[in-house]
Design a protein around this ligand. Structure first.
Ligand code: GLU
Length: 476
């Protein structure tokens, strides 16, 4: 381990970092200690080892599924494939899911899964074997099911893995009518919902856009209102970072730097995100992109001049050793846990506005909720109302045209007539969720005079969880 990583790892466990944030928030509430302990702790940790034949060898695979909270069921959260997976990490990510779901009013308890493998060096065939075996282990112990625990994609997994999980579940539980709802993030052709893939990145965009509309906050960091012309750096070009970058680019922000594992690229006039992706597909790396400067040490990209910094990869990338060198005025936590508590304090003192992960990256689970509902209702969004809305709109336009004695141009007419498609409904549901979530946190921050948005977000989450415990009558 490098000296730098050593000192990071020595500091605290990831779980205790989240507990610190929780404890700060608890000071604003008068809740019994035992109840706070119950909310904080992980309800169930399933650590497994199973053998998989890879080539001629048998390999023992280490994997986890952690259910952090059962206050609402099913539990919900992604599955991560990474060689760095460990129990502390999965427990922390599961806890973050609980708070995230509470903040955006998604009725799930938090969970997370992880398999300790490097998917970049394992063949697709072997990843399939491992995924299917992991799923059957979950089924054996009743750790998966539409009303029990519903996995989704995370770092290192995607639609492909989710469809293997679904297929394995269905083959072991044939005839289960709600089987499609046992996992979300599936391909649309296999019961997925339109708009799930880009949901986390789009949610990140909506959340930061909302903050940038606030006069008071923008004034505090010396920025103009709106996204147009704002300089943005994105770390991580996976599913979340890539989509976030695309939405910011389309909204007129200037993407000055993009960072990946192998290094970063920089152009103060802005990078064209879709061209960078084409370059990445062609060469296997973002480096040497035309009209940009290479930055070999990818961590250095976080320290470049910009207005908005979006860490969209892994945890703990902003820590006490680099926090002082961060120049961004706004940090949008697209990843889970990218800022350590020490860094959070340093940045807070510098006046940096941090939009916390437990709110900002909740777009993924929000649209997963829509997918789960779609699977349970067995009907595509918009199927019932699309034609009805179109007929209503046609009649309305006819009345307007006759009474105004004026014809509406055909192109405008088409726009107004169109009934909602699944993607329209999913995106508007996501936009509404992200805007409402932001204002609930901001209002709470103001009314209780809370020091920052993260603590306010935790206060909101704790309040919501307490509410549902009270409704269950467990803690009168
Ligand atoms: N892995 C995503 C997250 O961290 C999505 C979870 C889900 O959709 O259940 O929020």
């Amino acid at each position: 381990m490098s000296k730098k990583n050593q000192s990071k790892a020595d500091a605290h466990s990831f779980f205790s970092c989240i507990e610190k944030n929780f404890d700060k928030a608890a000071r604003y509430l008068s809740i019994k200690k035992g109840l706070l302990e119950q909310i904080k702790s992980c309800n169930a940790v399933y650590r497994m080892h199973f053998p998989v034949k890879i080539g001629k060898e048998i390999q023992v695979i280490e994997a986890y599924r952690v259910q952090h909270s059962h206050h609402k069921l099913p539990c919900k959260g992604g599955i991560r494939y990474s060689i760095k997976v460990n129990q502390d990490e999965v427990m922390t990510l599961a806890a973050l899911m609980t708070y995230k779901c509470a903040i955006v009013d998604v009725p799930f308890g938090g969970a997370k899964g992880g398999i300790k493998i490097d998917p970049q060096i394992i063949s697709a065939e072997n990843i399939e074997k491992i995924t299917r075996r992991y799923t059957s282990e979950l089924i054996k112990k009743n750790f998966i099911g539409p009303g029990i625990d519903v996995p989704a994609p995370d770092y290192g997994t995607g639609e492909r893995e989710m469809s293997w999980i679904f297929d394995t579940f269905l083959s072991i539980r044939p005839g289960e009518v709600d089987a499609l709802a046992c996992v979300t993030g599936k391909p649309v052709s296999q019961g997925g919902v339109r708009g799930r893939k880009e949901a986390t990145g789009l949610g990140v965009f909506y959340g930061i856009r909302e903050l940038c509309k606030m006069k008071e906050e923008m004034l505090s960091v010396g920025l103009d209102i709106g996204l147009n012309g704002k300089k943005v750096i994105i770390q991580g070009l996976g599913n979340v970072g890539y989509h976030a970058a695309t939405f910011f680019h389309e909204a007129g922000a200037i993407i000055v730097a993009l960072a990946e594992r192998e290094g970063a690229i920089y152009n103060k006039k802005g990078l064209n995100v879709s061209n960078v992706i084409l370059h990445l597909k062609k060469t296997g790396s973002i480096l040497n992109f035309p009209e940009s400067k290479n930055i070999e040490d990818t961590e250095k990209a976080l320290e470049l001049e910009c207005d908005i910094l979006i860490p969209a990869a892994l945890e703990n990338v902003i820590h006490k050793h680099n926090a002082n060198r961060i120049k961004a005025k706004i940090i949008g936590e697209a990843a889970n846990g990218p800022v350590t508590p020490e860094a959070d304090d340093i940045l807070g003192k510098k006046g940096v506005l941090i939009i916390p992960d437990i709110y900002l990256n909740a777009g993924g689970v929000t649209v997963s909720y829509f997918e789960w509902l779609k699977n349970l209702s067995h009907v595509r969004y918009g199927r019932m109302e699309k034609r009805f809305s179109e007929n209503m709109n046609t009649e309305l336009l006819q009345v307007i045209e006759t009474s105004c004695r004026k014809k509406i141009p055909i192109e405008e007419k088409k726009m107004i007539l169109r009934g909602p498609r699944e993607i329209d409904l999913v995106r508007s549901g996501l936009e509404d969720t992200m805007i409402n979530g932001f204002h609930k946190i901001r209002d709470l921050k103001k009314s209780l005079k809370i020091e920052n948005l993260r603590t306010a977000a935790f206060v909101l989450a704790i309040n919501k969880i307490i509410d549902s415990y009270e409704k269950l009558g467990i803690f009168p």
